[in-house]
Write a protein that binds this ligand. Structure first.
Ligand code: SAH
Length: 372
């Protein structure tokens, strides 16, 4: 394959114009030398647009109570085998303080999906408390907070934003309405999820989205369309990970590609997103680490620049099982942290401390709007 047609070195910070067909050919690479060349190019793009800093966001999975019934997910409402939990505000604050003390700069609050007023109040209160309690001389505005609590009303999103959350992650899961319908029960729609992304952007959140890779019936053409969708939506952050079956979820009955193929495709997708979107933050997700012990580090080598260590208290972590064999390492252990950081340094990267680490895309967009 002629790489030079697929790699367009940028002269300005605008997304590339690679066609969906060209993106698809990146995702279908199997030749070792081609894959190495792609990963090198993705690293180059990362350094050029985002620098060599890797940001940590401590992810606190504060509740696995969920009203949704996504066909792939282990904590779906109909799974009666899950021990449900909800952390208290005090427990969440303790983990957030730990992150602030370690210099993480940001936390991600993730949970199952509830839309009742009590839940919305709880989340808004927790956000306010974290902002209040983590202010310091080195982080005057407190920890950066990313929320990942699913589809909510525009009013609820507004309340979360006013409380102080400034980023929101809502995966579209797939940009194909047809696949979305097959992966979700009736009542959950692609259109609503897309509208949620529009609302989040209009309110002022930095918006992240993403998809599952290698889930049933997904083709490389679908995945290429997903990358084009991210470009069209002009998002700030991407979180993509391999689909991993959960034994109690209906989709587990459908065959998928081998773990090795899903791992490779995820790495290729990360590189493709870096080449196409350029200055966004891209997470190397826990699901990558599930398929390979050093999967997240490989994600960094293919263009990711964010890692989200799990800082959910150990007693709950084992019940936040979105998929089988989710790693339950104690990522708050100082030996574990040191080892992770030294592996990151080994990749020639450095760890960002005491800063939010917003994606350069956010600043570039603001600057472009001002100069218009
Ligand atoms: N309820 C929230 C957050 C929890 S789910 C929300 O919907 O945003 C977070 C992500 O986990 C989902 O967006 C989905 O992409 C991923 N996920 C769920 N089940 C999975 C599985 N079996 N394999 C891989 N990823 C999965």
């Amino acid at each position: 394959m002629d790489m030079s047609t697929l790699i367009q070195r940028p002269s300005i910070n605008s997304p590339s114009t690679l066609s969906a067909g060209q993106i698809q050919s990146l995702l279908e690479m199997t030749n070792r030398d081609e894959i190495d060349a792609l990963s090198r190019e993705a690293r180059w793009m990362t350094l050029l647009h985002c620098g060599c800093t890797v940001y940590f966001r401590g992810i606190i999975e504060f509740s696995n109570i969920c009203n949704c019934d996504c066909q792939y997910c282990g904590i779906r409402r109909s799974n009666g085998d899950v021990a449900r939990y909800q952390l208290t505000q005090g427990e969440i604050l303790r983990q957030a303080r730990w992150c602030a003390d370690r210099g993480f700069g940001s936390v991600v609050l993730q949970s199952g999906e509830r839309r009742d007023p009590r839940f919305v109040d709880f989340v808004a209160d927790v956000v306010r408390a974290i902002k209040r309690e983590t202010r310091s001389a080195i982080l005057p505005d407190g920890l950066g907070i990313t929320l990942c609590v699913g589809e909510q009303s525009r009013e609820s999103y507004r309340r979360f934003f006013d409380a102080g959350a400034h980023r929101y992650l809502l995966r579209i899961e797939t940009s194909s309405p047809r696949l979305f319908q097959r992966w979700h029960p009736a009542g959950q729609t692609f259109d609503n999820r897309r509208h949620c992304l529009d609302h989040l952007r209009a309110i002022g959140f930095q918006v992240g989205t993403g998809v599952m890779i290698g889930a049933p019936w997904q083709t490389t053409a679908d995945l290429a369309a997903d990358v084009a969708f991210f470009r069209e939506m002009d998002v700030d952050m991407i979180g993509m990970g391999p689909y991993i079956p959960h034994h109690a979820a209906p989709l587990a009955a459908v065959g998928v590609d081998s773990p090795a193929v899903r791992l490779r495709r995820t790495l290729l997708a990360i590189a493709a997103v870096r080449l196409v979107l350029r200055d966004v933050n891209i997470a190397a997700t826990t699901a990558l680490q599930t398929l390979a012990p050093l999967g997240r580090e490989r994600g960094l080598a293919f263009g990711a620049n964010v890692i989200m260590p799990q800082v959910t208290p150990a007693s709950c972590r084992k019940n936040y099982t979105l998929y089988d064999a989710k790693p339950c390492d104690d990522e708050t252990d100082s030996g574990y942290q040191k080892a992770l950081e030294s592996r990151i340094r080994g990749l020639g990267r450095t760890v960002g401390r005491h800063q939010w680490g917003d994606s350069p895309r956010v600043f570039h967009r603001k600057a472009l709007l001002r100069s218009a």
